[in-house]
Design a protein around this ligand. Structure first.
Ligand SMILES: Nc1nc2c(c(=O)[nH]1)N[C@H]1C(S)=C(S)[C@@H](COP(=O)(O)OP(=O)(O)OC[C@H]3O[C@@H](n4cnc5c(=O)[nH]c(N)nc54)[C@H](O)[C@@H]3O)O[C@H]1N2
Ligand SMILES: Nc1nc2c(c(=O)[nH]1)N[C@H]1C(S)=C(S)[C@@H](COP(=O)(O)OP(=O)(O)OC[C@H]3O[C@@H](n4cnc5c(=O)[nH]c(N)nc54)[C@H](O)[C@@H]3O)O[C@H]1N2
Ligand code: SF4
Ligand SMILES: [Mo]
Length: 703
């Protein structure tokens, strides 16, 4: 008789913000299947191929299975005790000699979904007292944070869309059909909920230089020149104000409307239209649809945020909501208030210093400096120079800017520790590799991610498979490292364990919930109806006002205006390169590490507007050299009508090697590594983000 029994676990996926409920079947410690959890009352309709293949990542033969220490140009297995001993000793020496700022830290995207690891990493770094902290926000949503910080005086404010009540959607540089609703706000099954509304008559306005998957359903599609869409939004604002469509909230004071009016009137509409290369009629049409709709919201995402005008574009797009009273209103965007208010919590407790960075003098955003500064902070001599670096769940050489320089900087470090599931390109430069637990091996309650649900809902994850015996949870690595250095974590307020961190954050109020009950609820718990108006209440309590025209932003946009000529100069043969995402990958990982994913066309092909290609003597399938100021890469030409003229599109996430930690050889490398084109000095000065979308490039057919 077969004694093997299947173990079925209901948990959630931890790859992206949706945290979709999944049902995992395991046999003998290995995943048999991963399916959507249809009994999950909140996410039951949502699921994607990334979760379906997650088991392959956990079982990958290339996975790091124990700590590895660099010896020469190879890595050899070591024990956790050896790792803690060596790292703590070297760290002590560096801190005693150079002070705490000699230690740097970077938390990558997957770390944001790993509650215990991120909490303990951050607590350890905070206890050291360094200012050299970096996170993926500076290659992601910094522009949004800077914008809401200045407008609402709340740096961590998440404004979740109320999709089901919305009559007008304006997406600017977002492709939710592929990316899901993943930008500080959890709207499970959000894209299909949007499409339901569109079928019922709602408007769907998509602003994107590439007619991406989402644009297929648009009722109005607008294709601006990349990084110039601020001019499109400013044009919309001009029309809204000229035609008297504005209605401001009376819940909190609104400041500087006169400055905004003057700014909006400064440039004629046809001039703004020429700069963003969108017909005047489309700007007027978009403004009227948006302004006149019963309800609606504007939502900008990574498209503009990863370009040099990200902050002003995010500011102006948010103003569309402010000017039409769509904030904290049904069908608009609202501040969630359960099971704790993350923005308010951060506002009250965050003691992070606003001290400008050492080399470039840029302020931190959400407590972190920009990774576009990281290489300089390592390479530039002087007090406060980074000599030791911890990277957890990030592959900066793949996903960040300044590739070649960053690699050189990593090699300059005295101590470089990477915590990851794999040995990727970044990890290949480390002195120590510390293995990670896969999310299917973790049980935890991620309070922060549950605090951006569009309804009051909580779900803890539960391990579906055991952690390999040779791997310890990452948080214990930081705990033990802290202990070895006599550092007290969390100010010694509680026994160091992720569950105690969760407990300390939860504000369960009168919902009758307990931490234990939440953990026991295998499909999660819906606890009551959502409510709105919390943003206004908090702002009134605090005595703050909405600032529609923050000084820095106005100065910056005036500079942009002054720098432009009447006829936009787009030198012949010069293009702006933008990015795209794929269904089967999460940024720079997943495909390479899950056995069944084979590279798709996006790995090798650069999409070029068909007419542009002809003008450059480039035919479909030709090898093309793409050259920026800092590097050149090659890809195959894919002629396309979905991309507007002057723009080329290359997916990010490909090209970085994956190493076999045992033998050291490359076991997977495919496609074009487009971020090597991105300079770490050509940045949005307000957000510190480099130009991943908008990098100027030239194209040439390889002979
Ligand atoms: N050109 C271009 N570049 C971009 C973007 C773009 O749109 N275009 N998008 C940007 C955005 S939005 C983001 S968020 C960043 C992401 O950039 P990063 O935060 O650097 O993330 P990745 O490069 O995806 O690397 C993730 C690493 O985490 C590891 N990992 C996965 N799961 C775990 C885990 O559970 N524990 C640990 N310890 N490690 C794990 C993976 O093996 C991988 O090495 O990329 C940015 N880069
Ligand atoms: N399948 C999958 N899902 C993901 C991810 C993934 O890698 N794969 N990554 C996750 C992460 S970390 C994040 S942050 C989110 C991001 O989610 P989104 O922000 O929706 O990211 P994208 O899907 O890259 O869509 C950005 C769009 O902006 C357009 N664009 C580029 N430049 C400009 C510009 O200058 N102006 C305008 N208006 N548009 C521009 C691009 O053509 C693209 O269609 O997705 C998350 N979801
Ligand atoms: S990766 Fe897919 S299944 Fe996982 S949470 Fe995101 S959308 Fe859901
Ligand atoms: Mo992201």
């Amino acid at each position: 008789m077969d004694m093997t029994t299947d173990i079925v676990t209901h948990t959630h996926c931890s790859i992206c913000e949706q945290l979709c409920g999944i049902t995992v079947t395991a046999r003998d410690g290995a995943i048999v299947s991963i399916r959507p959890d249809k009994a999950n009352p909140y996410t039951w309709r949502d699921f994607c191929v990334k979760a379906q293949r997650a088991g392959e990542v956990a079982a990958s033969p290339a996975r790091l299975m124990q700590p590895m220490r660099r010896v020469g140009d190879r890595f050899v297995p070591a024990s956790y005790e050896e790792a803690i001993e060596d790292i703590s000793t070297r760290l002590r020496t560096i801190v005693e000699r150079d002070g705490p700022d000699a230690v740097g830290s970077y938390l990558g995207n997957p770390a944001g979904f790993n509650f215990g690891s991120a909490a303990f990493h951050s607590a350890f770094i905070a206890a050291l007292g360094t200012h050299q902290t970096y996170a993926m926000n500076s290659i992601d949503n910094n522009a949004y944070h800077v914008a809401v910080d200045k407008i609402f005086d709340l740096e961590w404010l998440a404004l979740v869309p109320d999709v089901d009540e919305s009559d007008c959607f304006l997406f600017l540089g977002a492709n939710p059909a592929v990316s899901k609703f993943n930008w500080l706000g959890k709207v499970p099954n959000g894209w299909r909920r949007v499409l339901d509304r569109v079928r019922q008559g709602a408007d769907l306005i998509i602003v994107d230089p590439r007619r991406a998957e989402s644009a297929e359903h648009a009722t109005l599609y607008i294709s601006p020149y990349p990084e110039e869409d601020w001019a499109f939004v400013l044009g919309m604002i001009q029309v809204i104000l000229d035609e008297g469509m504005e209605r401001l909230t009376d819940r909190v004071p609104v400041r500087h409307m006169e400055v905004l009016r003057a700014l909006a009137a400064q440039v004629p509409l046809d001039q703004l239209a020429a700069w963003c290369d969108v017909p005047v009629e489309q700007i007027v049409d978009a403004a009227r649809r948006f302004g006149r709709a019963r309800t609606g919201f504007a939502f900008a995402a990574t498209g503009p945020a990863l370009g040099r005008n990200g902050t002003i574009t995010h500011w102006l797009t948010m103003l569309l909501n402010v000017l039409t009273d769509r904030i904290d209103a049904p069908g608009g965007r609202f501040m969630p208030n359960w099971p704790m208010n993350f923005a308010v919590y951060k506002d009250r407790t965050s003691s992070t210093s606003k001290r400008p960075s050492r080399v470039r003098g840029l302020p931190p955003v959400v407590g972190n400096h920009s990774v576009s500064e990281l290489a300089d902070e390592i390479l530039t001599p002087g007090e406060g120079r980074i000599r030791a670096l911890f990277i957890d769940g990030g592959n900066l050489l793949q996903s960040g800017p300044g590739g070649h320089k960053m690699a050189q900087a990593f090699d300059d470090l005295e101590l470089f520790v990477c915590v990851d599931l794999f040995q990727r390109e970044t990890q290949n430069h480390a002195h120590w590799l510390i293995p990670g637990q896969h999310f299917l091996e973790r049980s935890e309650l991620h309070v922060g991610l549950n605090a951006t649900n569009d309804r009051p809902y909580l779900q803890a994850s539960r391990a579906a498979i055991p952690t390999p015996e040779t791997i310890r949870p990452e948080w214990t690595f930081y705990r033990d490292l802290a202990a070895a250095m006599d550092i007290k974590l969390f100010g010694g307020r509680f026994e160091p364990h992720p569950d105690n961190v969760s407990r300390s954050l939860l504000e369960l109020g009168d919902h009758g919930l307990t931490f234990e009950a939440i953990c026991e609820a295998e499909h999660g718990l819906l606890f009551g109806e959502r409510s709105m108006g919390h943003l206004w209440t908090y702002m009134r309590e605090k005595g703050s006002a909405i600032d529609v025209a923050p000084q820095d932003f106005v100065t910056r946009i005036r500079e942009e205006i002054a720098a432009r000529t009447e006829t936009p100069q787009r030198p012949k043969g010069s293009y702006r390169i933008i990015s795209r995402r794929r269904n089967g990958m999460m940024n720079g990982w997943l495909a390479e590490t899950s056995g069944s994913v084979t590279p798709d066309k996006t790995a090798d092909y650069v999409e070029i507007n068909a007419a542009d290609a002809v003008a450059n003597d480039i035919a479909d399938g030709d090898t093309v050299i793409i050259r920026s100021d800092v590097a050149s890469v090659t890809a195959l030409a894919q002629l396309s009508d979905a991309v507007r003229s002057g723009v080329v599109v290359l997916a990010h996430g490909w090209g970085s090697p994956l190493f076999d930690p045992a033998g050291g050889e490359i076991v997977f490398q495919h496609g074009t590594q487009r971020n090597k084109l991105v300079s770490d000095t050509d940045i949005d000065p307000l957000s510190g983000v480099a130009r991943f979308n908008g990098t100027p490039v030239t194209l040439a057919r390889a002979s």
